[in-house]
Design a binder for this molecule. Structure first.
Ligand SMILES: [Zn+2]
Length: 403
């Protein structure tokens, strides 16, 4: 362990950049091996233990448990401020159809590129072993990115960032919407806040031939489903991105002539502004309760809070883009969407940036499979691209800290 630098000069950072990229190259073949082993043996959210163990061993530094199945460690100066680098551990319940000989055949799949992120983090940390890092580097192997309760929220709640005096958090995610060789950062909001809405309607069932004797929650549910987009229109300025999508409706027991007593829906609510995020639930409640009343049933509305808006710190983004350019990587158009990533919990505490690393290989006519698709498989070069992005992110965070 080296002692912390107080003020790394620009020359020192450039030299560190050069040395780190040089040290990265010999680590990439081993990292690719890690990628294949992780990919071949995927584990779902909350059950990532074997993956965490494999990757922690490959990192070559002491790692401690965090957020149940996660791990965190530290390299560089063992005291003072640090920069957090995040990689996710979990796979998805997808039947892999890539056809590679290291494909998983367990009904679980790394279909979101987390195998690539983990391998890249291994290469970055191993390459840093003999370097003179100005700030601590805290690699986090984060569980449960794909489900609730959020792994990032648990990492934050564990006090890890306070213990390591974390000054910035860096995330990188492969993205098939960005051409290979390019990286999309973008200042400000890049992903939405994501919350769930559950509405349960309770009425009085009966015979389908005698609806006038029943209090039918199905009709009320139908009106509520159609009314939810209107809630957004009536609550949120059209200049703000927001949406509600109903993903699940349930009523009855597969019988045509039995009116059920209960009906239920689940919807996802995506917002990009805190005021909208607070205002919509009240209006949803109003719509559901009054529609229910109109149909003689009652409504129970529950909002299940998810992750906050993913906000890329503008000062950090500017510096990340600068380092990317020095690496010969083209910073490209931001990938803003109403997708969500729980990396945003780190951004609530410290300046953070999520970088979308391009994996779309040009020259293919076929549109590449999207994230979470059974054939999503970034090329091996993605490991090096993500690793270099994380290194650039670390250097940007050092600059920001010492400005
Ligand atoms: Zn992902």
């Amino acid at each position: 362990m080296s002692t912390p630098h107080t003020d790394p000069s620009p020359g020192h950072l450039s030299e560190l950049h050069r040395q780190w990229l040089a040290a990265l190259e010999p680590e990439l073949p081993g990292a690719l091996e890690v990628r294949r082993r992780v990919h071949a043996d995927p584990h779902l959210s909350g059950a990532e233990g074997p993956t965490a163990e494999l990757v922690a061993a490959a990192l070559g530094i002491a790692m401690e448990p965090v957020a149940q199945t996660g791990r965190a460690g530290r390299t560089g100066p063992d005291q003072g401020p640090s920069v957090l680098l995040r990689a996710e551990l979990d796979a998805l319940p997808v039947n892999e159809a890539t056809g590679v000989d290291w494909a998983a055949d367990t009904g679980r799949m790394h279909a979101c590129g987390h195998d690539v992120h983990l391998a890249a983090l291994v290469a970055v940390v191993r390459a840093a072993a003999h370097l003179d890092l100005p700030l601590g580097l805290v690699p986090v192997l984060q569980p449960r990115e794909e489900t609730y309760p959020s792994g990032a929220q648990d990492v934050v709640a564990s006090g890890l960032l306070a213990r390591h005096e974390t000054v910035a958090a860096i995330g990188a995610h492969v993205h098939p919407g960005v051409p290979a060789g390019q990286v999309a950062t973008g200042a400000g909001v890049v992903n939405a806040a994501s919350d769930e809405i559950e509405i349960v309607l309770t009425g009085n069932g009966g015979h389908g031939a005698y609806p006038h004797h029943a209090a039918d929650p199905v009709s009320a549910l139908g009106h509520i489903v159609l009314g939810l987009p209107e809630v957004v229109r009536r609550t949120v300025s059209p200049m703000h991105a927001a949406t509600i999508s109903v993903g699940h409706v349930q009523a009855g027991e597969a019988s045509a002539n039995v009116l059920p007593s209960q009906a239920r829906l689940l919807a996802t609510m995506r917002t990009t502004d805190d005021r909208d995020r607070r205002a919509i639930p009240e209006q949803v409640r109003r719509l559901a309760e009054h529609q229910a009343q109109a149909f003689g049933v009652t409504a129970d509305v529950r909002i299940i809070a998810g992750e906050p808006v993913l906000y890329n710190d503008p000062d950090l983004v500017e510096r990340v883009d600068g380092w990317l350019e020095r690496t010969g990587v083209v910073p490209t158009e931001p990938m803003r969407s109403l997708g969500a990533d729980d990396f945003s919990f780190f951004g609530e505490l410290v300046p953070s940036v999520m970088c979308f690393v391009g994996v779309r290989v040009e020259g293919h006519d076929e549109t590449p499979p999207p994230l979470h698709h059974p054939r999503f498989l970034p090329v091996d070069d993605a490991v090096g691209d993500v690793a270099r992005t994380l290194i650039n992110g670390y250097l940007a965070a050092v600059e920001l800290h010492h400005r």
